[in-house]
Design a protein around this ligand. Structure first.
Ligand code: PMP
Length: 384
């Protein structure tokens, strides 16, 4: 099928597969072992760390390998509360449109007594910077805002937030999972103190990712153990880490071309879909977004019905975050943007990738014209 769900995950790059197989077959010793094979694994780990750091714009010592963004987000939030406690920094300030995994952790913390405040977004999904400023104060343990929203692709004002946070002495964490490989922003230039990401969103393997911790900032570990400079215990996932490095290197090499390619196809897709019917509404239309993401609704046609029709015609996509797609809850992101529950449940996300081809976009538009537009005519939708 035409795969338009790259924000959920991407295909593993052939370069990454090759390097991973090589590590699995040949470099399976424990990097903590002091014998020759162990030291060879250790060198490979250090090399992979340098390769990923070069791509992300951080120093090798600032990079902690994790099992992915979810774990990195947990270290960021739980670590912030642990280190803030002594100084009376107890509040968490997050955007209302964070990833469901991060918001679920925040909900658990709130039920246990942690004050959690959410920064609202406007109807286009843009963060309200004034509200962020008002919520920050010296008693905030962490400001956590994603770099780009996984459902709408809307970019968050990372540099401006970094300034606000710095002015108050508040650590600033960015869930950069969707940003990496789809934006030129790098850790060093972002002004953030912490970054979370997952390798599988940029053609690396699943189950591996990183937390970047700005040099000089001490951050409590969740998993005790001496690996990752005492910041994340447990034998390192060397095959995954090497696959991550190969994918990062490949992304660095083709980033400019990838961005231009995605943007051109995305613009073409949006323009063609909008031309099909006036009930096609794109969320975050006209605001700064990732170059690969189209979140839209066809009037109030139910997303599940739309996605079924599309899949039967050979196009796969998802509604909102893949992680919540199986649930029946309307997307918290679209609700935060002021959509009604009906509108939120009508929204689908088409996310493009490096290998998406022009003929696949043309096919998608043709499929929508054939199987979705007639439903719109039948439903006699309201057109604002
Ligand atoms: N944060 C964001 C913004 C994401 O899009 C995702 C993946 N859907 C995650 C965190 C979680 O990543 P993982 O499941 O690899 O831990």
């Amino acid at each position: 099928p035409v795969y338009l769900d790259h924000n959920a995950t991407t295909a593993v790059a052939p370069e990454a597969v090759q390097e991973m197989i090589d590590v699995l077959e040949r470099v399976w010793a424990n990097p903590s072992s002091t014998h020759g094979p162990g030291q060879a694994a250790r060198r490979l780990l250090a090399d992979a760390r340098n390769r990923v750091a070069t791509f992300l714009g951080c120093q090798a010592t600032e990079l902690v390998f994790t099992s992915g963004a979810t774990e990195a987000n947990h270290i960021a939030l739980l670590g912030a509360l642990a280190r803030g406690k002594a100084e009376g920094c107890t509040r968490l300030v997050l955007s209302a449109v964070e990833h469901p995994g991060l918001l679920a952790l925040a909900a658990r913390l709130r039920s246990e007594g942690t004050p959690v405040e959410l920064i609202p977004v406007n109807a286009s999904g843009q963060l309200n910077l004034e509200a962020a400023r008002a919520l920050l104060g010296p008693d905030v343990a962490l400001l956590s805002v994603m770099g780009a929203n996984n459902e709408t692709g809307v970019l968050m004002p990372v540099r401006e937030l970094a300034e606000l946070a710095r002015a108050q002495g508040v650590p600033f964490h960015v869930d950069a999972t969707q940003l990496v490989g789809k934006s030129g922003l790098r850790f060093d230039a972002s002004g953030a103190d912490l970054w979370s990401l997952s390798a599988h969103k940029l053609h690396g393997p699943k189950g591996v990712g990183a937390l970047l911790i700005r040099r000089g900032l001490s951050w409590p570990a969740l998993q005790a153990g001496r690996q990752e400079r005492n910041r994340r215990g447990g034998t390192e996932n060397l095959p995954g880490i090497v696959g991550f490095a190969a994918a990062a290197e490949r992304a660095a090499r083709t980033l400019a071309d990838d961005l231009a390619h995605l943007r051109a196809l995305r613009d073409q897709l949006e323009a063609s879909l909008k031309a099909l019917h006036p009930a096609v509404q794109i969320h975050g239309d006209g605001v700064a977004r990732l170059p690969n993401t189209v979140c839209l609704r066809f009037g109030t046609l139910d997303a599940e019905q739309v996605l079924n029709k599309l899949e039967r015609a050979g196009v796969v996509a998802s509604s909102g975050a893949a992680c919540t797609a199986s649930g029946t809850q309307p997307s918290h992101v679209l609700l935060a943007m002021g959509a009604t529950a009906l509108e939120a449940k009508a929204s689908v996300r088409l996310s493009l990738g490096r290998h998406t081809q022009e003929r696949e976009i043309a096919h998608t538009v043709a499929v929508v014209r054939r199987v979705i537009v007639p439903l719109l005519a039948a439903a006699d939708v309201d057109v604002e």
